[in-house]
Ligand binder design. Structure first.
Ligand code: SAM
Length: 203
């Protein structure tokens, strides 16, 4: 797993300059809507080039992590444009270096397509979220519609090779396996592929 993680990390380092120009794969409308629910101590995982940072309000304290130093260097340029207090750290979501029950909110947008072991990553988020905390996500995943699912399965080897991202992850199942209850789930783009999710930890 360490080898796979390192391979994917290097892939994101490589595509960071390109990604910084196309991180609009999720519209600002949905990013703003998601981040509006963030409060208190916030952890953003897989912050990438920092597309969500400008939406955090001034009264939250944000710790934003990513395992790609190059992605973080692009995010650094956006830190000062946010009203919130933000610190960036290089870290793997599969091995979070935070105490149990540390955060009120965890944010993840388009990250769990590429985390090598998504259930381990989600269990780590579950561990560091307070029992009263919320996980706010926008993720793309395998469609429940057979024709779309077949296309995504066929595309998956190519997307993994090119970008490190899987397009056929069963993220709703993974959330439940990791101990989350789904409070809200909305389809926001490409039929049911892109979803906005609010989940709470069963603790
Ligand atoms: C598709 S980008 C999305 C970036 C950003 N969240 C956004 O919405 O624009 C996925 C990001 O997740 C990061 N990532 C993937 N696996 C990770 C892991 N195991 N730990 C930390 N970051 C990870 C990648 O480096 C990349 O920056």
């Amino acid at each position: 797993m360490a080898h796979t993680t390192e391979k994917i990390r290097r892939r994101y380092d490589r595509i960071a300059p390109l990604f910084s120009k196309m991180d609009r794969m999720v519209s600002d409308k949905y990013r703003a809507e998601l981040i509006r629910h963030a409060h208190g101590e916030v952890l953003e995982v897989g912050v990438g080039t920092g597309a969500n940072l400008k939406f955090y309000p001034a009264d939250v304290k944000v710790t934003a992590i990513d395992f790609s130093p190059r992605m973080l260097s692009y995010a650094q340029a956006r830190v000062n444009k946010s009203p919130a207090n933000i610190r960036l750290l290089q870290m793997d979501v599969q091995h979070l270096q935070f105490d149990d029950n540390s955060f009120d909110t965890v944010v993840s947008t388009c990250v769990f397509c590429s985390v090598p072991d998504p259930i381990t990553g989600l269990r780590e988020i579950h561990r560091v979220l307070k029992p009263s905390g919320h996980l706010l996500m926008i993720e793309h995943m395998l469609s429940d519609h057979l024709p779309i699912a077949l296309v995504l399965h066929l595309l998956n080897p190519f997307t993994v090779r090119l970008t490190g991202a899987n397009v056929n992850r069963r993220t709703m199942d993974n959330l439940r396996i990791a101990g989350f209850a789904i409070q809200e789930m909305r389809y926001i783009a490409l039929s049911d592929v892109f979803r906005l999710i609010v989940a709470t930890p069963n603790k």
